[in-house]
Design a protein around this ligand. Sequence first.
Ligand code: CND
Ligand code: ZN
Length: 376
Amino acid sequence: METTGKVIKCKAAVMWEVGKPLSVEEIEVAPPKANEVRIKIVATSICRSDEHVQHGTLIGVKLPIILGHEGAGIVESVGEGVTSVKPGDKVIPLYNPQCRECRGCTDPGANVCHKNDIGGKISQMADNTSRFTCKGQQIYHFLQTSTFSEYTVVDEINVAKIHDDVPLDEACLIGCGFTTGYGSAVKVAKVTPGSTCAVFGLGGIGLSVIIGCKVAGAARIIAIDINTDKFAKAIELGATECINPKDCEEPIHELLAKTTEGGVHYSFECIGNPDVMMSAFLSSYPGSGVTVIIGAAPLLSQLPLNPLLLLGGRTLKGAIFGGFRGKDDVSQLASDLISEKFKVDGLISHKLSFDEINKGFDLLRKGESIRTILHF
Ligand code: CND
Ligand code: ZN
């Protein structure tokens, strides 16, 4: 390509300050170094985790930074030594890399690669430099992906090649929201046919859990949210009943115990609220229930858990990225999308131009959107 080896000037949303709207700027993106890949992002979507960070409620990030970790695009150029993707390939950037060497990549029960930057400690490329500059200043990378930029550079371990037929709008959702929720049901909880599931929180993550529970053959999928506007979509995607905890006279776990012969088989927390995590846990059947924590709780929060509650045989677990590995599983999920094992288009509530990114954040904050896709 004519841009190969050159600095590219393009559009990106820069976070200069926490809590302030992102600023759409022209930035410079350096060419990929050895083992790196420069990607033209075609579509990117806004996950609640981006909003937590933008709002300053999750991890403290380095500034200025380019957020965004749900995206899809086309490889523009590759650095020396890259073999798994080539220019022109459709790809999904991965915040959960796959180096294939560390314990996280080789232990069959694990999925989080040790080369991840999920806590934001590095916020740069592996050689501790950035590929982004704006107004003469270095800009940090976010979650090794920074998809709120028309061009981004990632390490080869942070990119998955996908089938040419996958629509990039839908591919974006495989980069986080869909994969996280779906995998939490089918891979982490291992929902069984005929079971009863309770899903707390009906955003992009919770709705994807519902899709997973349905694919796994759950008989009852109880969808729970304080925003009743979310119920129609939950039913459309497979929920069999919806409950607003605010309408209940008793605590939700007591109501669920009564209506599910003592508790649900599987419960999922998809919000990031420690109180709801306890409700989800207490809603599970004391003899064998499984609860999966997916929501990202505020940094210093704690669960007030009486250990006796575990002795009957309950399991409380958590997962990142739905228990899936980066490169291999993402490529496979993209292929499963083409073979219609599941559909993800129902998760796309809005499409905006990239310049309207702050409107996208507002829609999420107001509870009006599931996933907003931004196009450059
Ligand atoms: P989003 O904000 O779209 O959805 C949350 C839903 O929860 C909304 O529909 C709310 O109305 C609902 N809600 C809020 N409070 C309550 C309550 N007290 N009771 C019932 N419902 C409530 O978020 P999202 O779906 O994009 O993300 C959900 C969480 O998952 C969030 O914390 C995000 O940071 C986290 C996450 C985790 C992972 C992972 O790998 N573990 C990956 N991505 C996101
Ligand atoms: Zn690894």
